[in-house]
Design a protein around this ligand. Structure first.
Ligand SMILES: [Zn+2]
Ligand SMILES: [Zn+2]
Length: 68
């Protein structure tokens, strides 16, 4: 089954399916800076937060990159 991070899900389906949501808890993410290591079908091996949002600036779509 294909799974997508939040950004790829919205890109492809126009909605967030939350495939990776809950892979870490909000508490783990915010207090321990833990992120989930996942394989997104859209942007490859990447890290996601508790909502399944891709955080990795080096994923195939550079989701985590902060534009300046
Ligand atoms: Zn993705
Ligand atoms: Zn990504």
């Amino acid at each position: 089954m294909a799974e997508f991070c939040k950004q790829c899900s919205i890109d492809i389906f126009d909605q967030d399916h939350g495939d990776f949501a809950g892979i870490v808890t909000e508490k783990e993410y915010k207090e321990q800076k833990l992120a989930g290591l996942v394989l997104c079908e859209g942007c490859g091996n990447t890290f996601v937060d508790h909502e399944g949002t891709c955080l990795d600036p080096n994923c195939l779509k550079h989701h985590g990159r902060v534009d300046e």
